[in-house]
Design a protein around this ligand. Structure first.
Ligand SMILES: O=C(O)c1ccccc1NCC(=O)[C@H](O)[C@H](O)COP(=O)(O)O
Length: 211
């Protein structure tokens, strides 16, 4: 069954509603260099991460300048996993012993996909904006991402422009380990639409890949 990460929580009530709807992972965006309504500060991320119950993963989504800065943020927020935007494979490799699983964010055409796959615990294939941020609401070439899933021996998370309306087709096309959504389940920037979150989880987990 495809796992589900919902990203960009700014409020504890939204986090609780998503967990009640059955999400496997919750993304907390802190320390990013782009302007987004989903950003919270590291202190709030730490407080929200501490409320996440056992068997649900907290994911710190961040854009550090280097591995040292990433490590300091992990130690401050104490998430189960860290999702790294903009770090090169050498910095990602330097975090192999960090006290969190490491998810490297890549574009489907990234020339260093193999290097990231060798060092990260998972890849998140996203539609990335010009400044390196996510949350674009844009889909990408799912056929290409399907090739990544088939060709690499690492869990692949599909992100970018997913919604309750297209997630079934996305799962059937790509067969990812997990799907990830931010703007597609919001009623306004940084505020989740509970009904959309429920529909997203239900459709993502029910979708099946043709054998
Ligand atoms: O969501 C943001 O605003 C964001 C900003 C900077 C770095 C990462 C960001 N989001 C990371 C995510 O994991 C999103 O869920 C992913 O990019 C998909 O977003 P969307 O296309 O809105 O579903």
């Amino acid at each position: 069954m495809t796992r589900v990460k919902v990203c960009g929580f700014t409020r504890e009530a939204d986090l609780e509603a998503a967990i009640a709807a059955g999400v496997d992972a919750v993304g907390l965006i802190a320390g990013v260099t782009v302007d987004t309504p989903r950003e919270i500060d590291l202190e709030v991320a730490s407080r929200l991460a501490a409320t996440v119950p056992p068997l649900v993963s907290s994911v710190l989504v961040t854009m550090p300048g280097d591995a040292g800065e990433a490590r300091r943020r992990i130690e401050r927020v104490r998430p189960d996993a860290v999702q790294l935007h903009g770090l090169d494979p050498v910095d990602v490799a330097a975090l192999a012993d960090a006290p969190a699983d490491v998810i490297a964010v890549v574009e489907p055409t990234d020339p260093e996909l193999d290097a990231y796959a060798e060092t990260a615990d998972a890849l998140l294939v996203d539609s990335i904006d010009a400044e390196g941020g996510g949350g674009t609401g844009e889909t990408h070439d799912w056929e290409r991402t399907r090739e990544i899933v088939t060709g690499l021996d690492v869990p692949v998370v599909l992100a970018g422009g997913l919604t309750p309306e297209n997630v079934s087709t996305a799962v059937e096309t790509v067969d990812p380990f997990a799907v990830d959504v931010a703007s597609g389940v919001e009623r306004e920037g940084g505020v989740k639409d509970y009904d959309a979150v429920e529909r997203f989880v239900e459709r993502a987990t029910r979708a099946r890949v043709a054998p």
